[in-house]
Structure formats: structure tokens, C-alpha cells
Design a protein around this ligand. Structure first.
Ligand code: GAL
Length: 436
């Protein structure tokens, strides 16, 4: 397993290696062609991100190839680790050490606002203005990428986190319908377990446990209470019985998982699901991109449906790249990347591979599969149907998110911790972060 914190820098094949570039440069200068070269010289953007899976690589290759056409080289700074826990830490350390990459994956309106306040992010309002981003982008996305009124992030795509994957072969073999409610789920899971099949694939990695938890909160209560907890952080909401029910269900669901629950990467759990080792899995629809990349077609071997009792809502996660305000020498290349990211063709190609939907109000729907089309249609219904994912930084700041995930994870792992104790601990975090 790769450990977070190890920076891997790789030059994309399409680009020239510095040693070769230097030799070529010297040769041309000697021949008196220096001025011509200055114009054609390849620029490099180092991009720090956490996309390490097959589909994630394929998706960023779309961006890298387009950049390459512009004579800009995408240079990898990959910090592995699902949901970017390691990448966030490394990015902060590098910025503090005065070694910021030119580009970084940085998600969430609150986080972007904090970084913008510190003057760390390049503002590229002119790119957004000439590309008419205000007309092209969904309002929610627009709000995320201009947290202080200036454009500081380029939006790539929107994932739906409340996605339940199910094995279509097993479901038809046992004559089961995809569960729409948690009561349905219990009936389906009982039959599967009686047949010797693990009903639900799950890792004990904290963010993956919290993914299941946030979908349960939404199922139990709806967007308004969800926002009370994770966006407004109202300490009183944490004593509410609806949170108790969600925590209770999280614990009860363990009986449908393989025991012991192992700490595995999301791609490893997805592989277990793809191989028929479990009949269902709750994960963001980046897993759809991954299953597709492995050769499983949507609505072929597997199907997607909303997590039970959340069908009316889109629990979203918007991926964004920021351009770090370095010495200004990369500005042109950074702006070009921002412009490329929002172009309709790239939006379509990238998101088809990634499993997400374009950030555009009018994308090409014909190229989307059934789940993406449903996801886009629901998201485009507006804010009342959209719910910001806690795990993926859409609801609150990084520290609150991490603290809450740690509590949920401990509660899940240790049956000695009571529901009310977990509520108390979560409420204490909210109180500390809001000083109420
Ligand atoms: C999310 C990110 C996705 C995907 C996922 C798994 O936070 O938005 O694009 O990479 O993590 O690591």
C-alpha cells in the first residue's frame, strides 16, 4: 500500500525531459536560433492531487493531453489516499515551506475561501469573464469557485455521493429489486445473507465509514437537518433523535458486512464488489468511473441507484483545481489550464471517464450514461435538491470534517461507545468550532 506523504513526481511521456530540453536549447542557441525557441519552449505545471486509480489517471490524461497541445507539460505530484486526506496535509506543508506547486486539487467553498483570504490563490477573473463562466456554470458551482467574489478555482465535475451500487447478476438470480428504502434494504440483505452472499461491501477507512454515515443522516432527516449539523454546526442539533437513529443504523449495518471489517482502499473494496464478493456498496460515483475503466459497463454487470431513502437528493462533491499564486512566471499556463477545464468538450470527455457530471448548465446529455443523466437532472433542479457532502469538504472546513469523521469512525469500530456518547462528542466539536 502506498503511504500518503510520499510525493511522486513523474513526467508525462508526452512532455520533454528537462535534460533533453536543456541540450536542445543549447544547440539552438549555438545555431543562433535562441529567439525562436523562446516562443516555443515547453512550460511546466506541477499539479498536486490525489487521483491514483485507473479511471482517475485516465481522466487527468484528458487534461494533460490538451495542455500538451498548448505546449504546457502536466507534471505529476500525486499524493495517494482516498478523499485526499494525505494530499491536504502535504499541500499545506509545501506551501508553508515556500515550495508550492503551481496547481493543486483543493475542494470546498469554505477551504477555498480560507486559502483565498491568505492570498495563496491566483485570481483569474478575466479567464472566467471571457469564458462566460457565470452563464455556463451551475449556480452552486459558481459559488464554490468564487468564495470571495473572485474566481480562484476551476471546476472539473460533480460527483454524487449517495450512490448505491448493486450487482445485477446476483439481484436477478435471487429475484431482488434494488432497495429504495432502508426497510427494503433489510429484506434484500436478509435474502442475500441466507444465500451465503455478503450483502454490503465496506472498508473501515475513516472517510469510507463516514461516507455511509452521511448518507444515513440524509436518509433519516433530509437536507435541512443535515445542514443544521454539518454546515451550520448547531450544537443543539447533535442531541436530536434523528442523529441517534442514523448512528444506530450505522452500527446495525455491520451485520450485513464481512467480518472483520478491514481497512482497505476504496478501489480494493470496489474490486471485491466487482468480483461478486459482495452484492452492494455505497460509494461516490467515482466508483462508476472505476468500474467502467475495468471493463464493467453501467447497467451491465452493475447498476446504480440512490442510497435508500435519499432518492430525492443529490449529495454532491465538486472537484476543483486551484492555481497557486507563485512568482507570476506560470500565470499564462495556469490560466490556460483553467480555460481548458471549463471547455465543453473537455468537460464531456473528462467526466465520462471520471464517473461525474459536467459542471455546466447545458452539457451534452447524449454522451452520458443512465446514472450520469439522472444525476445531472437531479442536480439541475436546484439548491433544494442539493446537499453538500461532509466527507468531501462541501459542508464545512477541513478541521471540523476531520474531527467529526474521527468520532464517527471510533463509534463504528468500538461497540462500547454508546450512541449518546457519540452524539455528545460530535456536539462538542460543533460547539468548539462555532464557540456556542
Ligand atoms: C474525492 C474526489 C473524487 C475522488 C475521491 C476518491 O474527494 O472528489 O474525485 O478522487 O475523492 O479519492
Amino acid at each position: 500500500m502506498q503511504t500518503p506523504g510520499k510525493i511522486s513526481l513523474r513526467y508525462r511521456e508526452a512532455g520533454r525531459r528537462p535534460a533533453f530540453a536543456l541540450c536542445g536549447c543549447l544547440l539552438l542557441v549555438l545555431c543562433g536560433l535562441g529567439p525562436c525557441l523562446a516562443q516555443a519552449q515547453t512550460q511546466t505545471l506541477q499539479v498536486l492531487h490525489w487521483w491514483e486509480s485507473t479511471s482517475e489517471h485516465k481522466a487527468i490524461n484528458v487534461l494533460a493531453a490538451k495542455l500538451n497541445e498548448e505546449n504546457i507539460q502536466w507534471r505529476e505530484a500525486l499524493i495517494p489516499g482516498g478523499s485526499g486526506v494525505g494530499a491536504s496535509i502535504v499541500l499545506k506543508s509545501r506551501v508553508l515551506a515556500g515550495d508550492a506547486p503551481e496547481v493543486a486539487q483543493l475542494n470546498g467553498m469554505v477551504t477555498l475561501g480560507e486559502w483565498a483570504d491568505l492570498g495563496l490563490l491566483l485570481e483569474f477573473d478575466s479567464v472566467a469573464a471571457s469564458g462566460k463562466w457565470d452563464k455556463l456554470l451551475f449556480p452552486t458551482v459558481l459559488a464554490i469557485v468564487q468564495p470571495r467574489g473572485h474566481f480562484v478555482a476551476a471546476p472539473l465535475g460533480i460527483h454524487r455521493i449517495n450512490t448505491l451500487f448493486y450487482n445485477r447478476k446476483l439481484f436477478s438470480q435471487y429475484d431482488l429489486a434494488p432497495p429504495q428504502t432502508w426497510d427494503d434494504f433489510e429484506r434484500v440483505a436478509t435474502k442475500l445473507q441466507q444465500a451465503g452472499i455478503v450483502p454490503l461491501a465496506q472498508s473501515s477507512e475513516p472517510w469510507q465509514v463516514a461516507t455511509l454515515f452521511e448518507t444515513l443522516v440524509l436518509a433519516e432527516s433530509g437536507p435541512s437537518f443535515y445542514r443544521d449539523l454539518f454546515v451550520r454546526k448547531d450544537p443543539h442539533a447533535f442531541a436530536d433523535p434523528r442523529l441517534a437513529h442514523a448512528l444506530g443504523r450505522l452500527r446495525m449495518l455491520k451485520k450485513w458486512m464481512a467480518s472483520p471489517i478491514q481497512e482497505r482502499l476504496w478501489t480494493e473494496v470496489a474490486r471485491q464488489f466487482a468480483d461478486g464478493g459482495a452484492a452492494m456498496m455505497v460509494m461516490g460515483d467515482f466508483m462508476k468511473g472505476e468500474l467502467n475503466a475495468w471493463g464493467f459497463a453501467t447497467d451491465g454487470a452493475f447498476g446504480c441507484t440512490a442510497v435508500p431513502d435519499t432518492g430525492n437528493y443529490h449529495l454532491y462533491d465538486v472537484d476543483t483545481l486551484v492555481m497557486l499564486a507563485t512568482d507570476g512566471s506560470h500565470r499564462q499556463a495556469q490560466e490556460k489550464l483553467a480555460q481548458i477545464i471549463v471547455s465543453p468538450a473537455i468537460q464531456s470527455d473528462y467526466n465520462q471517464i471520471k464517473g461525474s457530471i459536467p459542471v455546466l448548465r447545458n452539457p451534452d446529455l447524449s454522451k452520458m450514461d443512465s446514472w450520469s443523466r439522472a444525476s445531472w437532472k437531479l442536480f439541475s433542479r436546484g439548491a433544494a435538491f442539493q446537499v453538500p457532502s461532509l466527507v468531501h469538504r462541501m459542508a464545512t472546513d477541513e478541521m471540523t470534517k476531520d474531527a467529526m469523521i474521527a468520532v464517527v469512525h471510533r463509534f463504528f469500530m468500538d461497540d462500547q461507545i454508546s450512541v449518546s456518547e457519540a452524539q455528545r462528542r460530535l456536539g462538542a466539536i460543533a460547539r468548539a468550532m462555532t464557540r456556542k
